[in-house]
Every structure is written in structure tokens, then in C-alpha cells.
Design a protein around this ligand. Sequence first.
Ligand code: GLP
Length: 244
Amino acid sequence: MKLYRALDYKDLSRKAANLIAAQVMMKPDCVLGLATGSTPIGTYEQLVEKYQNGDLDFKEVKSANLDEYRGLTKDNDQSYYYFMNHHLFKHVNIHLENTNIPNGMEPDSKKECLRYEKVISDLGGVDLQLLGLGHNGHIGFNEPSESFDQITHCVDLTPSTIEANKRFFEKAEDVPKQAYTMGIGTIMQARKILLIVSGEDKADILYQSLCGPITPHVPASVLQLHKDVVVVADEAALSKFSEK
Ligand code: GLP
């Protein structure tokens, strides 16, 4: 595992974007595993800037997103489909037909999960998976549980995740209660993983994830077992590392 210490959120975003840009330059037709949440927004801004400066070309890039809320239409501004278009896809020359996100409107969850796993395997797997970190250690929407879920599945969101994500919605009742997410097994099959973490409120969970026991109660702790993980975190998120 490689750990890059960033000064602040801006520095973190620049470092993460540089790592993603390097991946695209080394393999122009790579498969990027993409993430949502507030943390990657700065990274996407930097990628857009690199594209606008002529330093990055997405025309052959393919993508597969980690997760999607269940029950939100694509045009709902809180759907991850909308998020990806708004923050990245519409600003760069990626072909929309090469982008993939679980279909939150598919009522048959078994069918959708199997479809999405096939999409990823037909792409040849993910070259670089970007991840954020939930306050309870979730990655994608793999919530703390008794076992690591292997493949794409439908999850009931925990009260803490609903609480954390309600800031994006008008009222807490509007936050969907379920989501489709790649499984821990799906995520661990990515050839490279880039975890980005910002802010003091993530310091404890980042420390537990990287230095604590490997347990499904802290889903991100499984990353300790992956052979190629890069973590980019800012000083605030790394504050527990300095203390210990
Ligand atoms: C959501 C997403 C995760 C993301 C997490 C953290 O629950 N499903 O993929 O990592 O939030 O979000 P933030 O970066 O806003 O803290």
C-alpha cells in the first residue's frame, strides 16, 4: 500500500487527478471505476481542467461506477447518474455509451446485479478503481456487516449513511433507503485501487481501515489485502496517524 500525504483538499484532488491521468495516458482505453460523494468532486474538476488544457483524452476510456441509489431516475439531481454527468462526463470527450452505472430504476434487483457484474466482466475488469470512504468505513455502499459481500448487490442503507447523505437532499425522508453497489469482491478485483480521504471527521475511520483488524464491520479494512492500493489523504484525515 502506498500512502500519499496531501496538504489539504485541493492538493489531494490534484494528486488523485494526476494518478488517474497517468492511468489514462499509460492505457488510453482503460476501464476506470468511478465514485461519487463529495470527496471526488475536486478530483473530477482537476481532470476536466487537464482535458480542457489538452493534456488528457477520454475518447477511448470506459467507466463503471461503484453504486447508485435505488429508485431515483437518471434525471433526479441526486442520482449518481446525474452526478457523474454533472461533474465529469459532460465536460470531457468520454463516450456516454462507454460509461456504466447500475440502473437504480430496475425493480428486479437480482437481474440488475447480475447484469452489472456481467458489464464489468465484459469490460475485462476495472483497471483503476477510485474510492471514497464512508464515516462508518463503507466503500461504495458496502455497509458494515457480518460478512464481506462479494458481488454487486442491493443494500439497505444504514441510519448513519442516510444521516450523512441527507445534506444533499431537501429532507432526510427523501434519501433513498436502498442502493445497488459493487460488492467487496467486485471492488477487490480491480487491478489498482485509489482511495481518497479528506477531513478530520474521517481520521478515526481511516486509521481503523488501514491499521485496524481486517473485518466486515469496517468494510474498507479489506483493502489491506489488495496488492496495489494507493491512498491519498489530507493532513486532517491523517491526523490519527501523526498522533500514533
Ligand atoms: C456515499 C457513496 C460512497 C462515498 C461515501 C463518502 O455513501 N456511496 O461511494 O465514498 O458516500 O462520501 P463523501 O465523500 O461525501 O464523504
